[in-house]
Design a protein around this ligand. Structure first.
Ligand code: FBP
Length: 537
């Protein structure tokens, strides 16, 4: 297979590990833990995995030993840079403790476990994927592991392959399901451990325990590079307003991070829109006012960052989408469903450009949610801003030219070759998972902490997944879930953006981060995200 020169050079890169894994290691157990909320309910649902201590690995004289058994690994959900390094770290970790142990990869996500589709991950396969982007080594999928029949099917294949531990690499839902699976296997006393790993470019799987989910760093750097390039173009040609939608299903962490990295004229944060109950009209008015103010200075160009999930945070759109979700769940004819909307929602629906209204009724995802990545919010805003500016012009409030261009950056960043940060972080997460397995742990998430420091000061830990859970309403019923982290409006990253945005709106203060660098000075190659730096300061 032909590979690029960079791929060849990166294949030789040896990711860094926390100091604890450089020689011998010992597991230290902390105090019993509690879930972040709803302790009684969570304890009742997870009698075997509730209350376990946080564990950390520390340097010691000898390595841990791993029993004579095999391990299975599953990639779950959307791709995120560094997944291959979690698997190679897991592979190396296992082999360092028991060279006879095999690693099996279940194909196409959790469905591989249920349908018994797998491959053995040999060193030849692993070597071909070290430090590469993508999840193509075994593929991923969005099947939810939630039925006992699925869990039992997992036991069957694990017994057949001699697997005594599963590692599930996924987001908040996948890690919640990993814990449900761990609990079930403990109840059944079938001797299969389950360990989770925090993945998602969206950055919304973080809390007091998880500093960041892997992939966020690389994806934001890829988007910021391209945003910077567009900014240079805008500042050169001085004739376009670029409206850039950025991936991130719900939370606006990606838009915020890219905003901090590039200093655009406008960076919308969905969580703020919701908190301030901003209507679509008021968002459009704010943008139009900035366009007009810049035009008054002779600058008919600019850059607007738009979070992918915005549409669901605008109050009137949220109600409309919820009504459509409920109606389309029982009614396949879109026209009939639309005719049953409440009067308010119908008028919002009818006020939208036809193409956007149509996108709102497209097929739902497996969880019944509208697929926000398919809604062209950037085009919607360009259209509405154009109309608003025409009105302002007629009223003598705007003198200038407006030419809007739309972009969507999402899939471009999900499979990029991991940055040094993600390459090291992911390899460490995988290596750590192997050590949690060797320590007999189940229902834990593999965590690496102290990540704003150099890698040899990183702390390798395991945190009981139940500790991060609370009860939330899902599809009408209360369910135990890991709380999704939205952008905190009183958090340091947002506060910094808010303190700067009036200045960035009118001046042209763009920053051009350039492409991810893998070789060179540490301040160029190894910097974590600005979000992480602000949060851990
Ligand atoms: P995960 O939460 O599974 O990591 O996926 C996140 C994401 O990349 C979102 O940013 C995006 O909205 C969605 O996946 C797109 O889904 P799909 O890959 O099914 O198109």
């Amino acid at each position: 297979m032909a590979i690029s020169a960079l791929q060849k050079a990166r294949a030789a890169y040896q990711p860094k590990l926390p100091k604890a894994f450089k020689g011998g290691v010992v597991l230290k157990e902390g105090k019993a833990t509690q879930s972040v909320a709803d302790q009684d309910e969570i304890k009742k649902l997870f009698p075997n995995t509730y209350g376990m201590p946080i564990v950390t690995f520390e340097e010691a004289a000898s390595k841990l030993a791993m029993g004579d058994f095999n391990v299975g690994v599953i990639l779950s959900g959307g791709q995120a840079p560094g997944g291959h390094n979690v698997i190679s770290g897991l592979f190396d970790g296992i082999k360092s403790m028991n060279k006879n142990a095999k690693l099996y990869g279940f194909l196409g996500g959790p469905s591989g476990l249920i349908d018994h589709k797998y491959i053995e991950l040999t060193s030849d396969i692993i070597d071909a994927y070290r430090n590469t982007g993508g999840f193509d080594i075994i593929g991923s999928g969005r099947t939810k592991l939630e039925e006992t029949s699925q869990f039992d099917s997992g036991i069957e294949i694990c017994n057949k392959l001699g697997i005594k531990a599963l590692v599930i690499i996924g987001g908040d839902d996948s890690n919640t399901n990993a814990c449900v699976l761990a609990e079930y296997y403990l109840q059944k006393k079938c001797g299969i451990q389950v360990i989770g790993c925090p993945k998602t470019i969206d950055g919304d799987l973080k809390n007091d325990q998880i500093e960041t989910s892997f992939g966020f760093d690389t994806a934001c750097k890829v988007y910021s590079e391209v945003i910077g390039n567009i900014m240079r173009d805008a500042n050169s040609a001085k004739k376009y307003w670029h409206f850039i939608k950025l991936m991130g299903r719900s939370a606006s962490h990606i838009a915020l991070e890219c905003g901090l990295q590039t200093q655009p004229n406008i960076c919308i944060i969905s969580e703020e829109v919701e908190a301030k109950k901003m209507t679509l009209a008021s968002i459009v008015e704010n943008i139009a006012n900035t366009v007009a103010a810049r035009a008054a200075q002779g600058n008919n160009f600019g850059v607007v960052l738009i979070p992918e999930g915005l549409i669901e945070f605008i109050p009137e759109m949220k109600v409309l989408i919820k009504e459509l979700n409920d109606l389309l769940a029982v009614e396949s004819d879109v026209k009939v469903a639309v005719s049953k909307l409440s009067a308010n929602s119908k008028s919002v629906y009818e006020s939208l450009p036809e193409a956007i209204a149509k996108q709102l009724t497209l097929e739902r995802d497996p969880h019944g949610n509208v697929q926000v990545s398919l809604i062209e919010t950037e085009k919607l805003l360009i259209e509405m801003v154009r109309t608003k500016l025409a009105k302002m012009k007629a009223e003598g409030k705007y003198v200038g030219k407006f030419s809007g261009l739309g972009h969507f950056f999402g899939y471009e960043g999900r499979c990029a070759a991991p940055s040094n940060f993600d390459a090291d972080y992911c390899y460490s997460l995988g290596f750590n998972a192997a050590n949690l397995i060797a320590s007999g742990k189940s229902g834990y998430m593999s965590l690496i902490k102290n990540t704003t420091k150099p890698a040899d000061q990183w702390i390798a830990a395991g945190v009981p997944i139940t500790m991060m859970m609370n009860m939330e309403k899902r599809h009408g019923a209360m369910k135990p879930v890991i709380r999704k982290a939205l952008v905190e409006l009183d958090g340091a990253p947002f506060k910094f953006l808010a303190s700067k945005r009036d200045e960035w709106a009118l001046t042209t203060s763009y920053v051009y981060p350039g492409p991810i660098q893998y070789f060179g000075p540490s301040e160029v190659c190894d910097q974590p995200t600005k979000t992480l730096m602000f949060e851990q300061k």
